[in-house]
Design a binder for this molecule. Structure first.
Ligand code: NAD
Length: 260
């Protein structure tokens, strides 16, 4: 029960395959009280259905491109949960055409959209979460913020394209937020997950061959499971991770260490 008495807002559940759901299951097992968003009416039923298994969970709409919806989500969290201990960001989007062709062909509009939804949204959420995590100073109760990223931030993964640039911005945002929010005792970290077959991943051209390649080349010879990400998230967001901030932890069965 590493998260007993803690409250967590998990942004980015679409369905039961979502990495966010793997994190939610681990947090629930460890005793956290959870809140979820859903992006638009299309996903409402899915998220409400999943959250029903977690008594007391709050479910609210929020599209991260809409400031009014972000404000309303945090107002609901404040009203229902009082304070917030943990914020988890599992949100990414790029236009389909920008994940198919060459990166050099990325449109201005596609670039702006991918960066807004996949990177800026972390800052937009963090600036509203921080006041719900307590006051200033090293003895403030503080909290933990976690975002999901991918190796394509550092290395060229063909077809990942503009999403790689967005993840690089996300990882840099993690470090700047860690500096800013450290004085409130809020830690900000990332998990760089190995490829997992989710709704978002299926938008990347050739994703199945990426899964196979990583399975064959990684030291542990298998693909990453959402539950593995969930357990690492418990570490980073619980007191076990109290000395860690501004860090990106790879949960990829070791794939990123390989040179071939
Ligand atoms: P997913 O499709 O289950 O989750 C993506 C979520 O982003 C969805 O819930 C979707 O509703 C949400 N989203 C997109 N645009 C949004 C918007 N405008 N407002 C609010 N929400 C929006 O896929 P996933 O793979 O679980 O993705 C979760 C995170 O994990 C993403 O940041 C992704 O880049 C990252 N990640 C995924 C993999 C992988 O291989 N699947 C690997 C590393 C990192």
């Amino acid at each position: 029960m590493l998260l007993q008495g803690k409250t967590a807002l998990i942004v980015g559940v679409a369905n039961k395959r979502s990495i966010a759901w793997g994190i939610a299951e681990a947090f629930h097992r460890e005793g956290a009280t959870l809140a979820f968003n859903y992006q638009g009416e299309r996903l409402k039923e899915n998220v409400e259905g999943l959250a029903a298994a977690m008594p007391g969970a709050l479910v609210v709409p929020c599209d991260v491109t809409n400031d009014a919806e972000i404000d309303a989500m945090f107002a609901a969290v404040k009203e229902k949960l009082g304070r917030l201990d943990i914020l988890v960001h599992c949100v990414a989007f790029a236009k389909k055409e920008d994940l198919e062709g060459a990166f050099v062909g990325t449109s201005r509009d596609g670039f702006a959209m991918a960066l807004d939804i996949s990177a800026y949204s972390l800052t937009a959420l963090a600036q509203r979460a921080a006041p719900l995590m307590g006051g200033e100073g090293p003895d403030a109760p503080g909290g933990a913020i976690l975002a999901l990223t991918y190796l394509g931030a550092d290395r060229v993964v063909p077809k990942y394209n503009v999403m790689g640039v967005a993840k690089a911005a996300l990882e840099s945002s993690i470090r700047y937020l860690a500096w800013d929010l450290g004085q409130r005792n809020i830690r900000v970290n990332g998990i760089s997950a190995g490829p997992i077959n989710t709704l978002a991943a299926r938008g990347i051209a050739g994703f199945t061959s990426i899964l196979q390649h990583v399975r064959e080349k990684s030291p542990l010879k298998r693909n990453t499971e959402p539950a593995e990400v969930g357990d690492a998230a418990v570490f980073l967001c619980s007191d076990l991770g109290r000395g860690v901030t501004g860090e990106v932890l790879y949960v990829d069965n070791g794939y990123h260490i390989m040179g071939t």
